[in-house]
Unconditional design. Structure first.
Lengths: 664, 352
């Protein structure tokens, strides 16, 4: 333990980084990256998608959850409304297998493991990178390899799509009394303009009450979601300074969030929820990346504090309701050292450590400490048009609850991949990878009910074979991409909560097993910007057979996992003419089951959601000034559907957004 | 014999009561068979009624849906057949649904709310043409069975969780379960004539299931704190109103009274490996603590004993994420029948 603390102190002095997370939900902070970043070249061996600022802004995307639901391999779980919890499942794995990073550093939530992607709003993102697989990446902590998939957000305060100065003011008003203004300034300054600075402020208010209809047997009931009001204020400050052989970046963030929770729609219950969630969190991070001819070093440090209060005045205890308080503090630090001992060989070693402390008025959770160390060695070797990558990631996790060591786990997870361009002067690419990763039990899983068992981390195995073809600046295409990925995944030691003596006493056991087979197919193009008009088309389809193979004697054996459609399709067609743009997005999710048993009573019907977005840009004074008006119609066919049983989604709804931007 | 008892469940898995399932659309009447209430999972709105029609050997898995064209509700905690009606307590729907005991059609839905707050009803009993409902909000509501309107309400201890009637008195266990770990420790005694709480008997932490026998003795489970304070079965003498007996050495988690006998389930210290036992209500002694092998039951969620037909219903919730099964055994332990149910089978009513 002393050794690890010493490492953190050294790192703190030498440079670096980050933070930001939360207990139940996380609020956005932001990061940014050049749209055609180094990342694409660095990660040819993994499944990799990127969204730039225009792509985020042009479609009817409010938040990261909605945006990623248009990606292949991704299934969105959405509890409805502006404040509703949104999580994603990637390739049939539970949401905790996806890591969320901001400006290259992880958003940790050791208490629940859940990051609410609904809190990560479009205005705070100037870029998104989404990868499935492994990587030996000098600019990211080794923890980025700890997940099945990872999302990296480039926040608006660290955007780079300007020369000297960018000012952006936007305000949107939409259905359900939703109002969201944003103001941000970014500037370059100093000698040779080597420094950048960004600051922004966002406020969100929404009543978020909306009407719905639900099937009840052969009848249809209608109602209105109530107690859904959301109020959020978020401020971010960040910057960086480039040296001859390095870059120092830093970031501060604060948010305050108040949400009413409407709860599930309960048949015949005439009462209204009065539950409420109050959250405040603050984070600070610093990161330094030094690069040379033969070696590079990344070091980082971050701190994040997150305070959550959950209130339910209708809970029938003697104190007149629930008032649960949680305070989570996370400290993270680490380094990566990459060096090239030979022309074709690159070796990466890295280590990072996260300390988390949870305090709560819930006695079983109070005074919980978690130490989470990850260390990795990785090799990159290139020969001909082939790139080999391999790494081994060590996870050493220990917990203390009320002063007693209660959990310890040491695991090593390997990754191996081959990426190849078999044809000369062609971007036809083949990749194969095997990745093994783990998902440790969360603090809630281990201690919420005071039942401790010998729980092991959940293990994920991924085997992927992918073929893709990409061409750029070809005839009248700006780019043209075609790809397919076949994959086979296994989950072992799946963490499952099981009631024991009654529904109040739960036990956590590693008894689940899942077998997942899938195919992702994707196709994208955009026509060249030389013409007055441009057309883009993005099509993604996923076939996912995700079976529960836990117990051959169980009624659920071989059944499709809950909330996992076999068929998922999303497509977006865009058309731009001069300064006018229109985008039409379709999301289809096939029938799913709300529970593990594939019986008719558990089936949730398929959904087919259409969103339309129209915008016009007024540019003047050499395009330094931009005035933009955008109109979104979501769920244009007014489909009544659920993504989570008993949590109906909104029908047709509208949003108008006005943006003024000054760029120099 | 033992071997036969052990393999019988396996054999029946292949020849069980899948039967001709649910000829939909036609109304089903409750004549001769078994009506099963399945609690359903929290916020899934999937509480359900299954009816096994013994006359035609048909299983109507969605009996309530079939006869009423709607779902039953969320978290069904209790069911009572009393007079010509069936009363279903829907805890999370904050509702009592009353059905006709022949047609299975809804007669009335009685909201269980108080100024916009749900009462969270838990259990129901009937006595002299009145029904009594205890709710987690600490109340007992008295209703007339003909008008189906609440007549009176009294406040008792914290989170009442079980009721039993003996000699004109209602005994209610006050669990205090929602104040974990600061449980209630009392049983309220209510005079049903005046509908007044007479006194509270201190019994120990977290009292739960409570039943009476033909002599009027009260048996209840004090669940303790699921830790060092173990779950125990206690007997209250109705005359003195004090705990006079503790069945020590057995972690008894469920009880069922037929009046003549008290049948119980006990487990090891961790709540696993359930076994069946019997108490003779004459001698108040355990006559058998390992009645017959029930290892084929994955999660024994509730039991029901049908003494006239010498059969016992073992309600298996499996892993809580799949629908349930009822194993019907004879008193000798042989498996008579297997009934597929909804999620978390909780209560059985036999129609003869």
């Amino acid at each position: 333990m002393k050794f690890r603390i010493f490492i953190l102190i050294i790192l703190g002095v030498s440079g670096s980084v980050y933070s930001q997370m939360d207990t139940n939900r996380v609020h956005l902070q932001t990061v940014e990256i050049e749209s055609d970043s180094l990342a694409k070249k660095a990660y040819p061996n993994m499944v990799y998608l990127e969204y730039n600022s225009d792509e985020i802004q042009n479609e009817a995307n409010d938040d990261l959850g909605t945006l990623l639901s248009r990606s292949s391999s991704v299934t969105l779980k959405d509890y409805g409304g502006i404040g509703g919890l949104k999580t994603i499942s990637v390739r049939g794995f539970s949401s905790n297998h996806t890591g969320v990073f901001i400006e290259g550093l992880p958003v940790l939530n050791q208490q629940t493991g859940t990051i609410n992607l609904g809190n990560l709003r479009a205005e705070n993102m100037s870029g998104i990178q989404f990868g499935i697989g492994g990587m030996n990446e000098p600019t990211l902590p080794v923890r980025a390899n700890a997940y099945v998939s990872m999302i990296n957000i480039i926040p608006s305060e660290l955007r780079t799509d300007y020369q000297d100065l960018k000012m952006r003011f936007s305000t949107s008003y939409g259905s359900f009394k939703t109002f969201e203004p944003f103001f941000g300034v970014n500037a370059r300054y100093g000698k040779n303009k080597r420094s950048r600075l960004g600051i922004n402020l966002r406020y969100l208010y929404s009543d978020s009450d909306y009407p719905f209809t639900l099937e009840n047997g052969g009848k249809t009931i209608s109602g209105e979601r109530m107690n859904s009001r959301v109020r959020t204020i978020l401020g971010n400050f960040g910057g960086n300074h480039s040296f001859k052989n390095g870059q120092l970046s830093y970031r501060l963030s604060y948010s305050k969030d108040s949400k009413q929770l409407p709860g599930a729609v309960i048949l015949y219950d005439s009462t209204e929820s009065r539950q409420q969630l109050e959250n405040q969190n603050a984070s600070a991070q610093i990161k330094y990346f030094h690069f040379g001819q033969k070696w590079s070093l990344l070091s980082f440090l971050s701190y994040h504090t997150d305070q959550t209060e959950y209130k339910d005045p209708d809970y029938l205890n003697s104190s007149g309701g629930l008032d649960d308080n949680y305070l989570q503090n996370n400290l993270l630090g680490g380094f990566n050292l990459t060096f090239k001992p030979a022309k074709r060989l690159e070796i990466l070693v890295g280590l990072d450590e996260a300390f988390s402390k949870l305090a709560s008025n819930k006695v079983t959770l109070d005074r919980t400490w978690r130490s989470d160390l990850r260390a990795m060695i990785g090799l990159n070797y290139s020969v001909w048009r082939i790139k080999f990558q391999a790494n081994a990631l060590l996870a050493y996790i220990t917990d203390q609850n009320a002063g007693i060591e209660t959990f310890q786990s040491t695991k090593v997870n390997p990754f191996f991949s081959i990426g190849m361009y078999p044809l000369k002067n062609s971007l036809f690419h083949i990749r194969i990878f095997y990745k093994n990763s783990l998902r440790p039990p969360t603090i809630n899983e281990l201690y919420y009910n005071q039942i401790l068992k010998n729980v092991e981390p959940e293990t994920a195995h991924q085997l992927d074979i992918g073929l893709s073809y990409k061409t750029e600046k070809w005839t009248w295409f700006e780019y043209f991409v075609l790809g397919v990925d076949f994959y086979k995944n296994f989950v072992r030691n799946k963490i499952i909560l099981i009631p024991t003596q009654n529904l109040f006493v739960w036990s956590v056991q590693n008894i689940g097993k899942a077998d997942i087979t899938g195919v992702d197919y994707y196709f994208q193009f955009k026509t060249s910007e030389e013409k007055k008009y441009r057309v883009s088309w993005d099509f993604k389809y996923t076939l996912l057979i995700a079976r529960d193979i836990t117990d051959v004697n169980s009624k659920t054996y071989n059944d499709q996992l809950p909330y996992t459609s076999k068929d998922n399709l999303s497509t977006t067609v865009g058309f731009e003419f001069l300064d006018f743009g229109i985008s039409w997005g379709i999301n289809y999710g096939g029938p799913r089951y709300a529970l593990a048993e594939n019986i008719e009573a558990n089936e949730l019907p398929s959904y087919f959601i259409n969103d339309l977005s129209v915008y016009y840009n007024f540019k003047f004074k050499e395009e330094k000034h931009l005035l933009r008006i955008k109109f979104d119609v979501r769920n244009i066919l007014n489909e009544q559907y659920v993504l989570v049983k008993s949590f109906p989604m909104p029908g047709v709804n509208y949003n108008v957004k006005l943006v003024y931007e000054f760029t120099r | 014999m033992n071997l036969l008892v052990k393999i019988a469940p396996l054999l029946l898995l292949f020849m069980s009561c899948k039967k001709k399932d649910d000829p939909k659309g036609n109304q089903v009447f409750l004549e001769k068979g078994v009506l099963v209430l399945s609690e359903g999972l929290f916020q899934q709105n999937n509480a359900s009624l299954t009816y096994y029609d013994d006359k035609y050997d048909v299983l109507h898995q969605s009996f309530y849906l079939n006869n009423n064209d709607e779902m039953l509700g969320d978290v069904a905690n209790d069911m009572l057949r009393y007079g010509g009606k069936i009363y279903i307590v829907l805890n999370n729907s904050n509702l009592i649904t009353v059905l006709d005991a022949y047609s299975g059609v809804v007669l009335k839905k009685i909201p269980m709310t108080d100024s916009g707050t749900g009462r969270s009803p838990r259990n129901i009993v009937g006595y002299e043409n009145k029904i009594y409902v205890c709710s987690f909000d600490g109340t007992i509501i008295k209703m007339d069975t003909s008008t189906l309107y609440p007549e009176n309400i009294i406040q008792i201890g914290r989170n009442p969780d079980g009721m039993a009637i003996s000699n004109g008195k209602l005994y209610v266990s006050n669990s205090g379960g929602l104040d974990f770990p600061n449980y209630d420790m009392t049983v309220s005694v209510i005079d049903l004539q005046s509908f007044q709480e007479l006194n509270r008997i201190t019994v120990g932490k977290n009292p739960g299931s409570i039943v009476s026998d033909f002599e009027g003795d009260i048996y209840l489970i004090k669940r303790g704190d699921y830790g060092s304070d173990s779950t125990r079965l206690l007997r209250i003498d109705p005359l003195s109103g004090v705990v006079v007996q503790e069945f020590s050495g057995l972690n008894i988690t469920q009880i069922f009274s037929t009046g003549m006998g008290i049948y119980f389930v006990h487990t090891d210290a961790y709540g696993n490996h359930p076994k069946l036992g019997v108490i003779d209500t004459d001698t108040e002694m355990v006559t058998d603590s390992n009645w017959f092998d029930i290892s084929h039951v994955q999660t024994l969620y509730a039991i029901h004993v049908d003494e006239p037909n010498s059969s016992i219903y073992l309600m298996d919730a499996h892993n809580y994420s799949s629908s349930g099964t009822i194993y019907v055994h004879s008193f000798s332990g042989s498996l008579i029948r297997q009934i597929n149910t909804g999620y978390l089978p909780k209560k059985v009513v036999i129609f003869e």
